[in-house]
Each structure stands twice: as C-alpha cells, then as structure tokens.
Design a protein around this ligand. Structure first.
Ligand code: UDP
Length: 455
C-alpha cells in the first residue's frame, strides 16, 4: 500500500469493522485481505472466527481476534460434503456469534462499530445484525458470473426445469450465454434440498444487507456486476482483486514449502507449469495417475502441489507408480503446499494448471499467468468456462482426466502460438488490474464509495 505504517496510524478513523470469515481457505484469504485493505484505510479491525480452521492471530498483530465455539465434532469435519458442513456451522454458530457480537457492541473502551462484514455463506448473521441494529455488509468470495450462475441454478430448480442428463449437458444456459448446462455450479451433497436452501438463504439475506463487496473488478466482469446489482438491489462494491493489495500467504492454514521457490530459481524463464487444485478438491487414484502421466509425457518442467488428502484414501504420494519420482527428478518438483502467489509471480512460472477456484483464478490473472482449467465442482466450472471462452486466458480440459489431452494441452499452452495468444490476453488483463486499483480506477473508486458509506 502507498502509505507508511506511521501515516496510517495517524489517519485512524476511530471506527471499527467486525469481520466474520467462513473457515475455509478460499474464504479466509479474501476476508483477511479485505481486513488489511480496510485497516490501511484507517479502520480498526476485529475478527470473529470459529475454533475450526482458525486464522493465526500472530500474523496480524494489528487486528483483534475473538474465537467462538463452533460445536463441530471431529467426525463432522470433512470437506467431502462441504455443503453439509456449512449447513451445520450456520446452526451451531448462531448463539455463540450473537453473544460475542453483543459483548463487542457493549465495549465502550473500543471504537464504535461501523458495520459487520460477513461471508455470504454465513446467512444466519443478517438476522443477528438486524436484532442488534447493526448494518451488515456481505463479502461474496466468488465471481459475479458464478453468483449469477447460482441464481440461475436455483431458479431452474424452483421451476422444476433442471434436467442435466446426456446430450442436454452440452446445451447453453439462456440466462448466462457462455455457460453450458454442465457448467452450472452443482455440488454433490447428501441432501440436495439443503444445498438449494443454502443458496436461497444466501441470496435472500444478501438482498436484506446494506451492500455487497465483490472480489472482482469492472474490467473483468462489467456486465455481470451490473446484472448482480439488478439481482440484489443493494449497493455493489467491486473493489478487487484483493490479491493486488495484499498477498494471501499470511492467512494460509498449511505451512508453505519454501523449496518451491528455491527449485523455481533454478528453472528457465516461463518454462514451468505450476499445478495446484486448491484446498478442498479431492480426486480418485485413477485421476491422479492420469494427471501424473500427463505431466510426465508433456516433457515440460512442473511444480506440483499434492495436498495430503487430495487423493482419496491416500496419505500422500504412495499411489504413484514405482520409479516415477526418480524418473521425474530434476524436471518435476512435488510439494504438499506452496506459497501460491509467490510461485505465480516467479519468472520461471509459465502456466498454471488449476481447478479454477476463484482465488486461484484471480491470482493467475494478477500475475499474468495463462491457465489450463480442470474444474472440480461448484463455481469452479463457471470460472473455467469464463477463463477459457470469455476472457480467453486459458484452455479447458473438456474431457477431464485423460493423459493424452493433458499432455497435448500442456504443450499447446507452453510451446505453441495459441498458448502465446492466451498469454498476451492474460498480460492485458494484468495491466487492467493494475489500472483498476490505482486512483481513478474502477476498484479504487468503489473502495472510496464503500468507505464513504461506512462513514
Ligand atoms: N493456496 C496456497 N498454496 C497452495 C495452494 C493454494 O496458498 O499450495 C491458496 C491459493 O493461493 C488461494 C487458496 O489457497 O488463495 C485457494 O483458494 P481457491 O479459491 O483458489 O480454491 P479453494 O481452495 O477454495 O477450492
């Protein structure tokens, strides 16, 4: 940020923001980045967080943290059904959150609270904010396009028109033309009704909020953002990408393996394909092996994040064939977790094979790295379709896990003219990001508007 710490302290607003992140990596990162952005704007920051996946307060000595019990049993903490987990958290946290927030509002020694900012999936918090006469701002951690896609999915479901079988999977979704039916952000869960109820609650409580912050920018999603405004009818503040202001590395829940950077230091300029599927996606052993052989056969250097738990039923790398690691040594480097933004910013990184989580997609755009997209579930499918067909900054692996297509697509991205064209386009978007966060840029103006609303 442009100001020195000392100037920032002199410019304290005398106002406090209370933020409540959802305890998933892809939701914690943007909320803590937003907290840093608002702190740099002079607001004091209080974070309420669950015990589960708690952020590390020592990385943020300038914030105040309050932990609330989430009532989760160890057996309930599983990402294989994130929807069930989010549903449970929205029940278990009501009373502890209300208690904690009520106590904070009574603290006369602290600055007055200007508003509550919560993740959009904490839908119960609107009722709490209403009962305490506090305004609530919603943080949508996904893209505007995927928010519209969730709205379209919900409406199709409510009208009983959702038929996603066979050839219909390839049909376009009329509400969002670039999307095919197979891109709709469905998520597998034990009870589908709970999924639709959650989306409906998030939309309903978003409409009742005082405004919505989007981690996006007009240069990328202008028409989607204006349609989102029509949908919610509350002020929309597109102040992203947050990653342009602050890196996400300080909110990482897992330790970064620094050998990623030292290994990249030894590689040629733009030669490495970085491979990571974020914090939640899981795959089976067959898919993992297709991936391994696709990477091996591409003959391209690769840095591969294999998160423990990525391969169902495996501890880490034991499903790789014997001799694979020896054969790849020198050309491939595998780690459990990397400092992703630093990896993407490294001059040796030439491409990103990603699951298209929204943070990963934005990080790739901010660093000007073209993508290979292989979405898992939910909003990732929408992001992947937009990255490949609307923004044209990546190639989508339409056939999923298939080693031949993987090998060809890596070559296409890293070594062929078509890949160079995608690189030029993502570099152009990177420049647009830089302009949008500067004074006069659209994100900068939205941030000014947001601060003005708070004051
Ligand atoms: N990430 C990281 N190291 C890794 C892989 C991912 O720090 O090895 C971070 C990444 O920078 C991003 C977040 O984890 O900020 C993942 O969020 P995303 O929305 O991309 O995907 P999700 O994990 O929610 O599926």
């Amino acid at each position: 940020m442009e100001n020195s710490t000392e100037t920032k302290l002199q410019q304290r607003m005398g106002r406090r923001l209370v933020l409540f992140p959802l305890p998933f990596q892809g939701h914690l990162n943007p909320m803590l980045q937003l907290a840093n952005i608002m702190h740099a704007r002079g607001f004091s920051i209080t974070i309420i967080h669950t015990h589960f996946n708690s952020p590390n307060p020592s990385n943020y000595p300038h914030f105040t943290f309050h932990s609330i019990p989430d009532g989760l049993l160890e057996s309930q903490v599983s990402f294989s059904d994130a929807i069930a987990l989010i549903g449970l958290l929205n029940i278990n946290c009501v009373a502890p959150f209300q208690d904690c927030l009520s106590r904070l509002l009574l603290q006369t020694s602290e600055e007055p609270v200007a508003c509550l900012v919560t993740d959009y999936l904490w839908h119960f918090t609107q009722a709490v904010a209403n009962s305490l006469k506090l305004s609530r701002i919603v943080l949508r951690t996904n893209s505007a396009a995927s928010s519209l896609a969730f709205a379209a999915l919900l409406s199709l479901h409510e009208r009983g028109c959702l038929s996603i079988k066979g050839p219909q999977l390839e049909s376009p979704v009329p509400e969002i033309p670039p999307l095919k039916v197979k891109d709709l952000p469905k998520i597998n869960t034990r009870d589908e009704e709970v999924f639709y109820q959650q989306i409906a609650s998030a939309f309903r409580e978003g409409r009742a909020s005082s405004g919505i912050i989007c981690n996006s920018f007009e240069g990328l999603e202008e028409s989607e953002l204006s349609r989102l405004h029509e949908h919610f009818r509350v002020p929309i503040f597109a102040i992203g990408p947050f990653q342009k202001y602050f890196s996400s590395s300080s909110s990482s829940l897992l330790a970064h393996d620094q050998s990623s950077i030292t290994w990249l230091d030894k590689q040629a300029h733009r030669s490495v394909i970085y491979v990571s599927f974020g914090s939640i996606v899981e795959m089976d052993e067959t898919e993992f092996l297709e991936m391994a052989f696709g990477l091996a056969n591409s003959e391209q250097p690769f840095l591969w994040v294999v998160r423990p738990g990525l391969v169902r039923g495996s501890e880490w790398l034991e499903s790789l064939p014997k001799g694979f690691l020896e054969m790849m040594s020198g050309r491939g480097h595998i780690v459990k977790w990397a400092s992703q933004q630093e990896v993407l910013a490294h001059p040796a990184t030439g491409g990103f094979w990603t699951h298209c989580g929204w943070n990963s997609t934005l990080e790739s755009i901010c660093e000007g790295v073209p993508m290979i997209c292989l979405p898992g579930f939910g909003d990732q499918r929408v992001n992947a379709r937009y990255a490949s067909e609307v923004w044209k900054v990546g190639f989508l692996l339409e056939n999923g896990w298939e080693r031949g297509e993987i090998e060809r697509t890596i070559r296409r991205l890293m070594a062929e003219e078509e890949g160079q064209e995608r690189r030029r386009r993502v570099m152009h978007l990177k420049e647009m990001v830089n302009l949008s966060v500067k004074p006069g840029g659209s994100s900068h103006r939205s941030l000014e508007r947001f601060v003005a609303q708070l004051l």
